[in-house]
Design a protein around this ligand. Structure first.
Ligand code: HEC
Length: 481
């Protein structure tokens, strides 16, 4: 494990290694660690504000660092502090930062900022606050890659500071099948960021007309396949430019967004019944405006059990809007929230949506490299960086969150997310603990803006369906026997 990243083929070996490391770890002395919930959400929220005021100008809104100012998140930060204590980190920050005015902040403010750093790096919140005294922080180990204490399922990586196991070190318990869906004769599958499974196990795909656009195509983009992958039917020709988000609601209706618009077409959200009849069309064709009855670039749609409709609107970084729009079950506008930006609660390219059984709305805030969780009124509940740079989200019945990262890149520029690797993140939607990672196998991801899975859904058997823009079509992942 000397390369920049874990080698793709090493998933099985890694799982075995993680297991061995766990057994070893179990024999070590106890004591507190950063996995034990050593700060509170409220403290981290205060810390986020203090960070913005005192640290962000040098270390960046995403804690990626810039120039000489080192990253305060990701693999290099985590491995640099791994094995030391939170007290060490506290002293380091207090005695040298902010660079221009060390020790200028109250001790409690340094502790708050530390809480924010822990939260941003994926360590869970708990019931008590971090105190502002190094000696009391000295017994909290900064165990960057240790397990969560939730047993084997919580295995995160290995004890040795294999630096680049970092955030990508969780085991991959899946085998891939890229040839599972069988398109009809004469048709190939195109780019897709939307795949879903209905209550009968049928797989639905928003296919960009065998290409990466449906403009001027006579093909039907919405495709239905049987549970064994056999093609059943397709519909929707002429309605779409760029079919993007796909969702199947509790009545098995198929919802699809069109994230582009030109010449009287696009910028709409369609609801189809299973026969392909248009039940509803939200937005106005070709009118790309962030209004109450129009969308600019609708990326994703989600329908709650009670019929409430949520649309994530905004697909281009640096361009308004970046908002969530909420409609009642009859399609009447209720409210919207979200502005463009990197602060907590703001967003930049809200690319996908998911909802847990408690009705919390998960937003893939892609350009900000994080998942944000809101209540249904737009109140921010949590900000999670540990699921990569998310393009797609799905939460299954067991409360497992799946997030696709099709964009993380090491260099500056599009997709910049140093230390993070593309693939599918798997973890708990409740605690946020990451338990699995399916690496994307693109040979040189830094050369492409996208690769691997974007759209994602999981069937009742726990099989993952992941649709791809670059490589096209769908991969089905099944658990290793
Ligand atoms: C004026 C720019 C600037 C500001 C403001 C600033 N830093 Fe830094 N920081 C740096 C530079 C440059 C380095 C690298 C030099 C060094 O290690 O001292 C650094 C290093 C660090 C390190 C060490 C990272 C590592 O892994 O070795 C930490 C931690 C840190 N800063 C935290 C903070 C915090 C927290 C704040 C806000 C209270 C802050 N910094 C404000 C410029 C700044």
């Amino acid at each position: 494990m000397t390369g920049r990243f874990l080698r793709p083929a090493s998933g099985r070996a890694l799982a075995a290694f993680a297991l061995a490391a766990l057994v070893l770890a179990a024999g070590e002395e106890g004591g507190r660690s950063v996995w034990g919930g050593v700060y509170t959400e409220a403290q981290a929220t205060r810390g986020a504000e203090a960070y913005q005021a005192n640290c962000q100008s040098c270390h960046g809104a995403q804690l990626t660092g810039q120039g000489e100012a080192k990253p305060l998140s990701g693999a290099s930060f985590l491995s640099g502090w791994n094995g030391l204590s939170v007290g060490d980190l506290f002293e380091r920050i207090r005695s040298t930062m902010p660079m221009t005015a060390p020790k200028s902040l109250p001790r409690d403010t340094y502790a708050d900022i530390l809480a924010y750093l822990l939260k941003f790096n994926g360590f869970p919140a708990g019931m008590g606050e971090l105190p502002g005294r190094a000696e009391r922080l000295a017994d909290i180990r900064f165990d960057a890659f240790r397990t969560s204490g939730l047993g084997l399922a919580g295995a995160r990586a290995v004890t040795a500071p294999a630096p680049d196991a970092g955030p990508n070190g969780a085991p991959n318990p899946y085998v891939a099948d890229a040839g599972f869906l069988k398109p009809p004769p004469g048709r190939t599958l195109g780019s897709s960021s939307g795949v879903a499974v209905d209550s009968r196990g049928h797989v639905w795909l928003a296919d960009r007309c065998s290409a990466n656009s449906c403009e001027a195509s006579g093909l039907d983009p919405i495709m239905e396949f049987a549970a064994d992958g056999a093609f059943i039917k397709a519909f929707g020709r002429g309605l779409f430019l760029f079919p993007h988000g796909l969702f199947i609601d509790a009545q098995d209706h198929v919802w699809v967004t069109d994230a582009q618009s030109r010449a009287g077409k696009g910028a709409q959200v369609f609801e189809f019944d299973q026969n392909g009849a248009v039940m509803r069309a939200l937005g106005k064709p070709g009118v790309s405006v962030a209004g109450q009855d129009t969308f600019a670039e609708p990326s994703a749609v989600l329908v709650a059990r009670d019929g409430t409709v949520f649309v994530a609107d905004g697909h281009t970084q640096g361009k308004d809007p970046a908002r969530i729009v909420k409609f009642d079950a009859r399609g009447r506008f209720l409210k919207q929230w979200g502005v463009r930006g990197a602060a907590p609660g703001q967003m930049e390219v809200p690319h996908a949506l998911a909802m847990d059984s408690g009705g919390r709305l998960f937003v893939a805030d892609r350009w900000n490299n994080r998942v944000q969780i809101f209540d249904q009124e737009g109140g921010l509940l949590a900000t999670w960086p540990q699921f990569g740079r998310p393009s797609g989200l799905y939460i299954d019945r067991t409360g497992t969150l799946y997030a696709t990262d099709s964009e993380s890149r090491q260099p500056e520029g599009y997709g910049h997310h140093p230390g993070w690797r593309r693939g599918i993140w798997i973890g708990s939607a409740r605690t946020g603990v990451v338990t699995g990672f399916i690496p994307d196998l693109a040979p040189d991801p830094d050369k492409q803006a996208t690769s691997g899975a974007e759209g994602i859904w999981v069937d009742r058997q726990g099989r993952i369906y992941a649709s791809r823009v670059l490589e096209k079509g769908v991969v089905r992942y099944s658990k290793k026997p």
